[in-house]
Design a protein around this ligand. Structure first.
Ligand code: ADP
Ligand code: MG
Length: 348
């Protein structure tokens, strides 16, 4: 009997495990390989198909190389020798244009497009504001007694350096420049999904590349259907009890499924919780939803949209889904109610 797959959409974040780098392969269930080194989270590749051990080994090595490449490109905290990454670009803000790898250039071009598509709700040039919240979260995790939130003055000052046009791309020379020395880029809202899609691109033409499921830090990329032709089942966590029963179980085939939730990364000040998705209009964590799940073919779009929808009203998000027609979404509001687009398919 075919075992039912219930994939968790959790961000299996574990900074503690990040140095382990363990690998797992077994034939009791699907073949799988887990990575701890990329995007400050845990990622797992599953193969439900009939790839040989050798094919699977080659494919997961290749996927590891792809994830590592984008991990390095997107790292805003470290530079790497021989690579111009986002950390280099941020440090160079206000300076001369920097030549970048065409793959990083393509990604940055896409980020500008996603800003336009989401009416600025997903803005990768919000680095100055996001870093204030990030620093408070870090401080709160090390020293909860010192936990505080950024002052409104500092947030307002930082927000003056978030215009998307500060990111200058020169198409003919493939150079990048941030024109304002106080501005910076942060692609946390879209990077993992984009990298997952690049891994999916690879699998599409790889030997033994059928029937894979990629869980890149909770961003699911489901390649095709199960080997028996039936769809996969994916659980959407209950944001109020993430370790308990699922809030919904979705039926998914050849799509990505990405959730942004208040329970993923947050800190507490005076009994109040502050999560990691920042509304560009208020400069505070968006209080509209407990989680937003997006199902779309392209994993980068799904990732960007999950963050963007979090920062718009339900009506605006529903309207965007209707206009575009290329994604479905599930919103969980603070009262615990579920709202969804008509095309979302629940598992039986
Ligand atoms: P996850 O961390 O689970 O992947 P998201 O995809 O929603 O969650 O991305 C959240 C991250 O995106 C934050 O940690 C921050 O780096 C960045 N971010 C938060 N709010 C915004 C926003 N409005 N626009 C762009 N990036 C954002
Ligand atoms: Mg996102």
């Amino acid at each position: 009997m075919q075992k039912k797959l219930l994939l968790s959409l959790c961000l299996a974040a574990s900074v503690l495990l990040s140095s382990c780098g363990a690998e797992e392969t077994s034939r009791n269930g699907p073949l799988s390989r887990r990575y701890y080194h990329y995007f400050d989270t845990v990622s797992t590749v599953y193969c439900y198909g009939s790839a040989s051990d050798e094919e699977f080994g080659k494919n997961v090595d290749e996927i590891s190389t792809i994830l590592e490449k984008y991990h390095i490109f997107f790292d805003i905290y470290h530079e790497y020798s021989g690579v111009t990454n986002l950390c280099t670009i941020n440090k160079n803000a206000g300076g001369e244009p920097l030549a970048v790898d065409p793959e990083l250039f393509d990604f940055l071009r896409l980020c500008i497009g996603l800003y336009d598509e989401t009416d600025g709700k997903m803005n990768v040039m919000m680095g100055s504001v996001l870093s204030l919240w990030h620093d408070c979260r870090q401080e709160a995790s090390g020293h909860p007694e010192n936990a505080s939130i950024p002052s409104d003055e500092r947030l307002a000052e930082a927000a003056k350096h978030t215009d998307i046009t500060l990111l200058e791309l020169d198409e003919s020379n493939l150079t990048v420049r941030i024109s304002d020395p106080l501005a910076s880029i942060d692609v946390g809202a879209v990077g993992k999904g984009y990298a997952a899609e690049r891994a999916a691109d690879y699998l599409r033409t790889a030997e033994g590349g059928e029937n894979y499921v990629l869980d890149i830090g909770g961003n699911l990329r489901i390649m095709g259907a199960k080997p028996d032709g039936s769809p996969y089942r994916a659980a959407v966590k209950d944001p109020m009890n993430p370790d308990g029963a699922a809030a919904a179980v979705l039926s998914l085939e050849d799509v990505s499924c990405v959730t942004s939730g208040v329970y993923e990364r947050y800190f507490t000040v005076d009994g109040r919780s502050y999560h990691h998705i920042i509304d560009p209009d208020t400069l505070y964590p968006s209080e509209r939803f407990l989680s937003v799940t997006v199902v779309a073919r392209d994993s980068g779009s799904a990732d960007a949209l999950s963050t963007a929808l979090f920062c718009m009203s339900l009506e605006e998000g529903m309207a965007l889904a209707g206009e575009r027609g290329d994604f479905q979404a599930l919103w969980i509001t603070p009262d615990g109610r579920l709202h969804m687009t008509d095309g979302l398919v629940m598992a039986q």
